[in-house]
Write a protein that binds this ligand. Sequence first.
Ligand code: NZQ
Ligand code: ZN
Length: 390
Amino acid sequence: MNNFEITTPTTIVFGKDQLERISQLLKTQAVDGKVIVLYGGSSIERSGFLDKLKAELSDLELHFFQGIGANPEYTTLMKAVEYIREHQIGYMLAVGGGSVIDGAKFISGAVHYDGDPWDVLTQVPGCTFTSAVPFGCILTIPATGSESNSGAVISRSELKEKRTMGGPLFFPEFALLDPTFVATLPKRQIANGVIDAYTHTMEQYLTSFKGENLLQERYAEGILSTLIEIGEKVLKNPEDYDLAANLMWCANQALNGVLRCGVATDWATHMIGHELTALHGIDHAQTLAIIAPRLYEVKFESKKAKLAQYGKRVWGLEGSEEQVARKAIAQTEAFFHSLSVKTRISEYTKDYYDTGRTVHDRFVARGWTGLGENKDLTPKEAEYIVNQAI
Ligand code: NZQ
Ligand code: ZN
C-alpha cells in the first residue's frame, strides 16, 4: 500500500428538509453577515428553491451572482471576482452542480490574487493562489463530488481551453446534499451524474495494480455495483427519494478523496475527455463514456488483471482472465448505452477530423508526455484513443 495523507474537512449535511441547518452554518461562518449566492442558469429559480433560500436567510445581507453555466467560463467568473472585490464580500454560497461549485473555488482563489488568474490555471511557474474566500455549497446535481473535494475545472471557450486547479485551500466548508433535487433534473443530467461517478471510481481502481489496498478495491467495487444497480432505475424514477439518495451518496464517495488512499490512480480518461469538451462542447460525462472503453482497450495488457477482477467481482463474469477482461470492457460500454449515453465522438459532432491530432499537439505543448498510473500514456496514444473513439 502506498503512503497517503487525507483531510476531508467539509461538513456534510445529507438529506431532505435541512435548509435550516444551512442557515445555522452560514450564520456562524459569515462573520459580517454578508454572503454572495453564486448560481447557474435558472433551475433553482424555476424550482422555487431560490425563494425558499432567500426566506431562510432573510436576516443576512445577501448578494446574488447568476449565470455560472455548465463548464464554468473564466470570463463569467472574473465578473464575479470583480463584484466581490467591489462589494467586499467575505463569504460565498455556491448553489448548483460541479460547475457552480468549481466556479466558486476559482473565484475564491482569484479574489485576492494580484496577477492574472489565468496564469494560475495554465500553471505558469510561480503563479499560485495563496488565500481563499471561504465558502459553503448546496448541491443540486449528484455527479462530480466537487461538493467535498478541493479540485475545480475551469473553461475558457474563446481559447477552447479547459484547465484544472485545486489544493487544500479550496474545500467547501460545508455541503448540503439534498437528494430531492434529483427530481427536477433532466434525464441527460442524471445519466451524466451516474457516468461521472462511475468513471471517477474507475480512474482510482482500474489501474495496472492489484491488491495495493484491499479495502479501497472493495469500496470501489461497492460503488460501481451500486451505480449499476440503481443507474437505470433512478433515470426512470427520479422522484424516488431512496434511489436519488443512493446516487447522491455514491457520487460524493466516488470523489471525496477516500478511494485514492494508498493506491495508484489513472485519470487519463478525464484528461483526454476534457479536451473533447473544450473542442466540441460535449458534456463532461459524455466525454468519459466516449474515451474510457477505448482507453481500456489500448491499455489492455497493463490493465488486464484488474479488468478481470472488475469483470468477475462487479459484473459476475466467468472465463479466462483474457475473456473476462474483454467482456468487462463490453459490459461497461453497454452500461453507458443502457443510460442512453452514446460512446462515439461522431454521434455528438461531425467536426472530428483534427480532434486526435489537436489533442496530441496540446499534450506535447503542455509537456504531458506520460499520463496514467504508469505515466506512460503518450500524446501519440492519446491521439490513437481519440481516433479509435470516432
Ligand atoms: O445552471 P442551471 O440552470 O442550474 O442548470 C444546470 C446545468 O445546465 C442543470 N441543473 C443542475 N441542477 C439541476 C439542474 N437542472 C434541473 N434541476 C436541478 N436540480 O444541470 C446542468 C449541468 O450542471 P453542471 O453543474 O455543469 O453539472 P455537473 O455537476 O455534472 O458539473 C460538470 C462540471 O464539473 C467538472 C466538469 O468538468 C464540468 O465542468 N468536474 C468537476 C470535478 C471536481 N471539481 O471534482 C470533477 C469532474 O471530473 C469534473 O471534471
Ligand atoms: Zn469527472
